[in-house]
Design a binder for this molecule. Structure first.
Ligand code: BV8
Ligand code: ZN
Length: 270
């Protein structure tokens, strides 16, 4: 990929960074693009997972009812792939930004890969990583939950076909703890994300095609409340025309540059 800064007008990165470092409150929305450089395939971009597989065939309750083994096999494949991936400099840069002044930056992710959590633990060291834990609006692929009683397995063992994983409490099928198309998002998680977006001076949007709702509403909430949007992507999206600054390039290169100027922790701020 061509170097980040060569795709952008000179000083755009500095301008975006100045806007970010001057912000009182920041909300960050990430999508699959932030994990692409970690080796996690995106959904709709070149090589995206939806290229060969149709979301309707795999990421809906109907698909799970129709062929649970196929859907569970796809998620087991993705879980195994994600286990081999590591957070990249973009995840670490956002974790540092969130840890720098707790309460100033809220991370919201559409991703289910858990890489933000892993970057937060790595950056926090012995301190509390929680300020850098994102709101996971689409759930988490490494957890499963019962399709009937909701019991959650935080560390599911892959079940060998043709057996299917069943709930130890009610024996119904276990399913990935993610949000499928046509399913409601957790209202508490979504509400907290929108609250952060409304309070934010800046919404930093990283690596999302901005097509999937209601997650794609997060930057719209910030704009409606008078805030601004900074976008980082390889290509323009429906959000680009509303962004104060749109940086074209790889998140793994741009995010460290963007957050390098973040202010030192302020006493008692946040
Ligand atoms: C809901 C499952 C109420 C988990 C996912 C018609 C119009 C508008 C909306 C709808 C409609 N019909 C239905 C809807 C609602 C629907 C929706 O929005 N559909 C869209 C597609 C039109 N939403 C829902 O169903 C939601 N629920 O609304 O409930 C309801 C109920 C019934 C009927 C209506 C409403 C549930 C949405 C969640 C669906 N689950 N996945 C999983 O298995 O992962 S969505 C899937 O897309 C992923 O979760 C992902 O998070 C999400 C968004 O994708 P992105 O993250 O943006 O990834 P993408 O590949 O698209 O883009 C990557 C970007 O990164 C690209 O721009 C690329 O250029 C960039 N990039 C790549 N590499 C890099 C990079 N950028 C920087 N650096 C790089 N290196
Ligand atoms: Zn159950």
């Amino acid at each position: 990929m061509v170097g980040a800064s060569s795709l952008n007008r000179p000083r755009e990165i500095e301008r975006a960074s100045a806007l970010l470092s001057g912000a009182g409150r920041i909300v960050v929305l990430t999508g699959a693009g932030i994990s692409a450089e970690s080796g996690v395939p995106t959904f709709r971009g070149p090589g995206g997972m939806w290229k060969s597989l149709r979301p309707e065939d795999l990421a809906t309750p109907e698909a799970f009812r129709r062929d649970p083994a196929l859907v569970l096999e796809w998620y087991a494949w993705r879980r195994a792939l994600v286990r081999e991936c590591s957070p990249n400099p973009a995840h670490h840069a956002l974790a540092r930004l969130a840890l720098e002044v707790p309460g100033r930056t809220t991370l919201v992710t559409q991703n289910v890969d858990g890489l933000h959590h892993r970057a937060a633990r790595a950056e926090a060291g012995t301190a509390d990583p929680a300020p850098a834990f994102p709101h996971e609006v689409h759930g988490a692929i490494h957890r499963t939950r019962c399709s009937r009683c909701g019991w959650v397995d935080e560390d599911p063992q892959d079940v060998v076909a043709p057996d299917l994983p069943r709930c130890p409490r009610c024996a119904a099928l276990m399913r990935p703890d993610v949000v499928w198309f046509g399913e409601m998002l957790d209202p508490d998680v979504l509400g907290a994300s929108f609250d952060a977006a409304e309070a934010a001076d800046v919404c930093l949007v990283v690596g999302t095609s901005a097509l999937v709702y209601p997650a794609a509403s997060v930057p719209e909430v910030t704009l409606a409340a008078g805030g601004i949007v900074i976008e980082v992507n390889l290509e323009p999206t429906p959000l680009t025309r509303r962004a104060e600054v749109s940086l074209l390039g790889e998140a793994g290169q741009l995010l460290p540059a963007l957050t390098a100027y973040a202010p030192a922790p302020r006493d008692g701020a946040g």
